[in-house]
Design a protein around this ligand. Structure first.
Ligand SMILES: [Zn+2]
Length: 237
């Protein structure tokens, strides 16, 4: 089996998915990826991460980094040319973030992390879309990441738009539609938190791969809230 960076390669991952015990059928219909997963999904996928970071260690690394950010004591880790070159051979991100695209919530900065540390999916409203879920399945099942943080934030415009519930131009509506199920007559802070928890639950409920990793103790999914006034991240589940 061909491997990429010491791991099962993406192509083999998808091949397994289509033909082997990884019973995943992926079909492209009108540009969208439709994925069906079975409960027995990932038995054959064993990420070859030589130095795995368990979920609790990973969360501590993130929260320690956030403390450095708040206290203006950032260390800018893993940003040397030597580290860049080392990473060219392999990546082993210790945490995955499903965060908002908001320019005030730049992931590596607020967690004080560097190259190769975080596998980041950012989309307005931190919506767990099919594409976002696919990316997170890849980093957890193939790269061996054991923590996903769903990170929402104060004054999220996407959540505010979902509360307003007015017609929106272009494809902005797609984002908002992904948030609406999380809301029911909530104020803005409660709505942000409800949306974070909704998207975190959706990751597990709509992905057999992520659900099985959680069930077998190989993955933890955490919800967190970022206060754009203070820079502080608070774990909410
Ligand atoms: Zn936002």
């Amino acid at each position: 089996m061909a491997r990429i960076n010491g791991f099962i390669g993406r192509r083999d991952f998808l091949k397994l998915a289509g033909t082997g015990s990884l019973a995943i059928a992926a079909t492209t219909i009108s540009g969208s990826l439709i994925t069906n997963t079975s409960k027995t999904a990932i038995a054959d996928v064993s990420p070859a991460n030589p130095n795995p970071v368990n979920p609790n260690q990973a969360l501590k690394l993130l929260l320690d980094g956030n403390q450095r950010f708040i206290q203006q004591k950032r260390q800018y880790p893993h940003q040397s040319l030597a580290h860049l070159q080392l990473l060219a051979k392999a990546q082993y991100p210790f945490a995955a973030i499903l965060g908002c695209a908001d320019s005030r919530v730049p992931t590596e900065i607020i967690f004080d992390q560097g190259l190769g540390d975080l596998f980041v999916v950012r989309v307005a409203g931190n919506v767990a879309s099919d594409m976002a879920i696919g990316s997170l399945e890849y980093t957890t099942a193939v790269l061996g990441t054991q923590l996903i943080v769903v990170l929402g934030h104060k004054n999220c415009g996407a959540v505010a738009a979902a509360i307003k519930n007015e017609p929106l131009p272009g494809r902005i509506g797609y984002v908002v539609e992904g948030i609406k199920p999380a809301l029911s007559n909530l104020n803005s802070t409660d709505a942000v938190i409800a949306n974070i928890q909704y998207q975190a639950n959706k990751l597990q409920q709509s992905s057999a791969i992520l659900a099985q990793l959680v069930d077998t103790g190989k993955l933890k999914i955490v919800s967190a809230y970022y206060n754009i006034d203070t820079g502080k991240i608070t774990v909410i589940t």
